[in-house]
Design a protein around this ligand. Structure first.
Ligand code: NAI
Ligand code: PYR
Ligand code: MG
Length: 474
């Protein structure tokens, strides 16, 4: 599987300068399809020299042929080849830091025994104080069982960890939220529920991640019922928030009213179900869902109860058939499934000015090259194409707001407000086919989402604290 467009590797080479020149090595790497983007001299020498060459290649397969060619060169010893992405993951991507130093006995007796005892007793008398006096105030658990990791499927809890560490980094880097990755070695719904409930005293919120459907629905529903901290399945709601934001802006470009368009959603899993619900709440009426079994319709009784509900809510004309059948006359395609499921000929059957959101990660349902000129607005979940529709635009700001307001939940009003906040960052003057959604690096995103979420938490009476920047408002 092609996982990413480009790859960057570091070649460590030992060079016998009497046998070969550096220029000859550079030419060879260029001829083999490598682009040298950095050179570090590791060990200089008059005769022998060791250098690290950072080389970009268009696809991973090039690395092998390039390395073979370098190895075969007279006067060059290829010491090793390291993939920069792997290097970045060595030892994991996050660590724990203390907020106060322990320099002397006085410090020690305050952070730990005996001083800590009175803080423990204060919390014991009023558990609510744990939100002020422990890491709960700013800490979220990122919980996965590794069953639906990106679009890679059920790769298990160990293999899920790099993604969960990545989510934790995004929480911290974008919104200052401390997040801890927790990958569980169980797929059992009841066990996951009881483990997360048991973990809850440590956290101010629970972000469920990459737990496959339909178990994710029950897990989230039960945890929401039983816990008084926000429980948010990111693949469902974070994705739905960002999708709606992108769609609202894309519809402005094509000038179509949301109540009149036909939308086909491919992949009725965690993200597909939640995105569809959000679209219906936003006024979409003609929505058809497609999964492996084709269009979800009311003449079928599905083992997956979520699909029976889905059939009742969607597909007003009870359309049947494959993706290729129901895509005819659609205005919008939303992919939340697997790579390469949408073909160019399918896109050609869509209405004028088609909108294609191919959101499967890491590889979309149709590549930009294939969608090309046939599509008016195209978006993916990836960061290397324009219009990145990815839940990373939502979850940091949503949890920042929920934690700051000590909200007991993240409700529909808060999600809708977050979607509108994200959409409104793109101004009318800026809006165009290649800019329907702000960048992850746009520093207006998190504050706007936070503000919208806090306001709705206050309006709906689930804020247990009013942040200071809201206290002087009417
Ligand atoms: N861009 C973004 O922000 C996000 C993207 N996603 C992507 O959406 C995809 C699904 O994620 P989840 O909903 O979490 O997983 P999931 O496992 O809950 O759902 C995947 C669904 O796709 C269906 N599917 C598989 N093969 C299919 C086919 N040939 N035709 C139609 N449907 C098919 C499965 O049956 C399942 O219902 C993944 O690729 C994931 O990376 C998910 C969340 C956020
Ligand atoms: C972005 C994300 O959460 C996913 O693809 O699963
Ligand atoms: Mg995910």
């Amino acid at each position: 599987m092609r996982l990413e467009g480009g790859t960057s590797v570091i070649l460590r080479v030992e060079m016998n300068k009497q046998m070969v020149t550096f220029g000859e090595l550079v030419s060879l790497i260029g001829r083999e399809g490598g682009d040298i983007v950095a050179i570090d001299v590791i060990q200089p020498g008059r005769r022998m020299e060791i250098r690290d060459l950072t080389v970009s290649v268009s696809e991973p397969a090039v690395v092998e042929t390039l390395a073979d060619a370098v190895k075969a060169m007279q006067g060059i010893h290829l010491v090793n080849v390291s993939d920069r992405t792997f290097l970045l993951h060595l030892g994991g991507k996050i660590e724990v830091h203390s907020k106060v130093p322990i320099k002397n006995r006085d410090d020690l007796s305050r952070v730990y025994t005996p001083g800590v005892a009175k803080v423990c007793m204060a919390i014991s008398e009023d558990v609510g104080k744990s939100h002020a006096l422990t890491i709960r105030r700013n800490t979220v658990a990122v919980v996965s069982d590794g069953t639906a990791v990106l679009g890679l499927g059920d790769i298990g809890p160990h293999a899920a960890m790099p993604v969960m560490e990545g989510k934790a980094m995004l929480f911290k880097e974008l919104a200052g939220v401390d997040a801890f990755p927790i990958c569980l070695d169980t797929k059992d719904t009841e066990e996951i529920i009881s483990i997360v409930k048991a973990l809850a005293p440590t956290f101010g919120g629970i972000n469920l991640e990459d737990i496959s459907s339909p178990r994710c629905f029950e897990i989230e529903r039960r945890l929401k019922e039983d816990l008084d901290i926000p429980v948010f399945h990111d693949d469902q709601h974070g994705t739905a928030v960002v999708l709606l934001a992108g769609l609202l802006n894309a519809l402005k470009i094509v000038g179509k009213p949301i109540g009149e368009i036909k939308i086909v959603v491919c992949g009725i899993g965690a993200a597909g179900v939640a995105c569809s619900r959000m679209l219906l709440a936003a006024g979409v009426t003609r929505l058809v869902g497609v999964d492996k079994c084709g269009a979800i319709h009311r003449d079928e009784r599905y083992d997956n109860e979520a699909w029976n509900d889905y059939a009742r809510m969607t597909n007003p004309d009870n359309e049947k058939g494959s993706l290729s059948d129901v895509i005819a006359g659609a205005d919008v395609f939303i992919g939340l499934s697997r790579p390469r499921l949408l073909r160019q000929e399918d896109v050609r059957k869509m209405n004028a000015d088609p909108i294609v959101f191919a959101m499967a990660n890491p590889e979309p349902e149709i590549s930009p090259e294939e969608a090309g000129a046939h599509v008016r607005v195209y978006a993916t979940g990836r960061s290397d194409y324009p219009n990145q529709l990815n839940n990373v635009l939502a979850f940091p700001g949503i949890f920042r707001g929920a934690l700051d307001a000590r909200a007991s939940a993240i409700n529909e009003a808060m999600k809708l407000a977050a979607a509108n906040a994200i959409a409104s960052i793109v101004t009318e003057e800026e809006l165009n086919e290649e800019y329907i959604i702000p960048s992850v690096f746009n520093d207006k995103v998190v504050p706007a989402v936070r503000r919208a979420v806090i306001q709705e938490a206050i309006n709906s009476g689930i804020a247990r604290k009013v942040p200071s920047d809201f206290r002087n408002l009417d």
